[in-house]
Design a protein around this ligand. Structure first.
Ligand SMILES: Nc1ncnc2c1ncn2[C@@H]1O[C@H](COP(=O)(O)OP(=O)(O)O)[C@@H](O)[C@H]1O
Ligand SMILES: [Mg+2]
Length: 360
C-alpha cells in the first residue's frame, strides 16, 4: 500500500487531456493504494480534490477551485495540504502533459521538495520537451531525424523571401512548421508556399520563441512505448492512422473528431521493421536520458522505406484509448501493472537520490 498523489490539469495547452488521462489512471490504480488527487488549475494553483464517488465512470477529473483546498510545496519537506500540515505522500504520478508538467519544471519542484515522482528527471524531461534539443542529440548519436531548420523569433524574419527560398530549396515542399515546445499538434501547420510559411512561422511563435521548419515525410506514423531506467524496454509499436479530412494528425483529429484517427495496436509491420523501430526507440530514449516511461513517435516514409524519429513524449496520453497503455497491455503489461512499475520506479529513483553523498 502506498499513498499516491495524482497531479493533473496544469498550466498547459494540454490541460484538458491531462484531466482525461488522470481519470483513467485513477480508475486503473491498484486498489491497495490510497490515491490523493491534486488538481492544478490553468493558472498553476494546486487544489486538493475529493475522490469521485465510487462507481463514477466520468471520463475526466474535475478541479474544484476553492481557496480552502489550496496545497503548496515546501522545499525539503514535501507537499502541504489545505490545513497547513504535510500531506503523507509516498510517490507522485505527474499525469501532466506539456508545459509545467512534462518539461522538467515540475520535476525540479518535486526534487526540491524531496518528493518521489514517476517518470523522467529534470534533464530528460526538459530535453524531450524541446524538439530542437532532442533532435540535436539524436543527430549527434547518429539516429535518424527529419531534416529541419530552427527559426527564432526576434532573430529571423518570417517575411524574408530569401529565407523562404532557402527552406523550400533545402527541405522541399510541402513543409511542416511547429513550435519547439508544445504538444497535441498545437501550433503545427503544413505549408506549400512562401505566404503560408510566413503565417505558419508566426503561428508557431505564438507558442514558443523557437520554431522548427521540417521536411514533410509522406507515409505512416508509428509510435513505440518504452519503459525503464538503466535497461529500458520497448514494446511492439502501434500506429496512428489519421482519417477523414484531417491533412495530418492535428488537434481535432486527436481530441475533437471521434473518428479523426484510428489507433491500431500492434502496427501492421514487417518483423524486421518493427524490430528496427524498437531498437531505435530504446536508443532514442537512452540518449536523451528519459526515465520511467516515454512514447517515441516515428515517421515512416512509405516510398523510400526510411524511418525517422519524429518526437518523444515523456508523459504520453493515458486516456482509455491512448496508445501508450494500449501498447504495453498488448504485450501483457496491463494498465494497473504498468502503473505499479511507474510507482516502483519513482520510489527507487528517490531512494537512489537520497543515497547520494552531498558531503565533502
Ligand atoms: N515532418 C513531418 N512530416 C510529416 N508529418 C508531420 C511532420 N511533423 C509533424 N507532422 C504531423 O503533425 C503532427 C503533430 O506534430 P508533432 O511533431 O508530433 O507535434 P506534437 O508534439 O504537437 O504532437 C504529427 O503527428 C504528424 O501528423
Ligand atoms: Mg506528436
Amino acid at each position: 500500500m502506498a499513498r499516491i498523489a495524482i497531479l493533473y490539469g496544469g498550466r498547459s495547452g494540454e490541460h484538458e487531456v491531462s484531466r482525461t488521462s488522470a481519470a483513467s489512471v485513477l480508475r486503473n490504480l491498484a486498489p491497495h493504494h490510497e490515491p490523493i488527487l491534486i488538481g492544478i488549475d490553468r493558472n498553476g494553483t494546486w487544489y486538493l480534490q475529493d475522490l469521485p464517488e465510487a462507481g463514477s465512470e466520468s471520463e475526466s477529473l474535475d478541479i474544484r477551485i476553492d481557496d480552502g483546498l489550496r496545497c503548496s510545496i515546501l522545499p525539503g519537506s514535501g507537499i502541504i495540504g489545505p490545513d497547513g500540515r504535510k500531506l503523507a505522500v509516498d510517490a507522485v504520478l505527474p499525469i501532466l502533459h506539456g508545459s509545467y508538467g512534462e518539461d522538467g519544471t515540475m520535476q525540479g519542484l518535486l526534487e526540491i521538495a524531496r518528493v518521489a515522482y514517476a517518470g523522467s528527471g529534470v534533464l530528460g524531461s526538459s530535453v524531450c520537451m524541446d524538439k530542437e534539443m532532442s533532435k540535436r542529440i539524436w543527430r549527434e548519436a547518429g539516429l535518424p531525424v527529419v531534416p529541419w531548420r530552427t527559426l527564432i523569433s526576434g532573430r529571423d524574419d518570417p517575411e524574408s523571401p530569401a529565407l523562404a527560398e532557402a527552406v523550400f530549396k533545402d527541405l522541399g515542399t510541402p513543409l511542416f512548421v511547429k513550435p519547439a515546445n508544445a504538444g497535441s499538434s498545437v501550433g503545427v501547420s503544413k505549408v506549400k508556399n512562401a505566404a503560408e510559411l510566413t503565417e505558419a512561422i508566426r503561428t508557431a511563435w505564438r507558442h514558443d520563441k523557437k520554431a522548427l521548419v521540417e521536411k514533410a515525410i509522406s507515409g505512416r506514423e508509428i509510435e513505440c512505448s518504452v519503459m525503464g531506467y538503466e535497461a529500458p524496454w520497448a514494446f511492439p509499436p502501434g500506429e496512428v492512422i489519421p482519417a477523414g479530412n484531417h491533412g495530418f494528425y492535428d488537434y481535432d483529429a486527436k481530441y475533437v473528431d471521434p473518428d479523426g484517427a484510428l489507433l491500431s495496436v500492434p502496427a501492421d509491420l514487417e518483423e524486421d521493421t518493427a524490430k528496427g523501430i524498437r531498437s531505435i526507440a530504446v536508443q532514442a530514449y537512452r540518449t536523451v536520458e528519459a526515465g520511467g516511461l516515454a512514447r517515441v513517435d516515428f515517421l515512416l516514409d512509405t516510398v523510400s522505406g526510411e524511418i525517422f524519429i519524429n518526437e518523444i513524449n515523456t508523459l504520453p496520453g493515458m486516456t482509455r484509448i491512448s496508445l501508450f497503455p494500449r501498447m504495453t497491455a498488448a504485450e501483457g503489461l496491463g494498465f494497473t501493472d504498468m502503473l505499479e512499475r511507474l510507482i516502483q520506479g519513482a520510489l527507487e529513483q528517490a531512494s537512489y537520490r537520497d543515497g547520494l553523498s552531498y558531503d565533502h
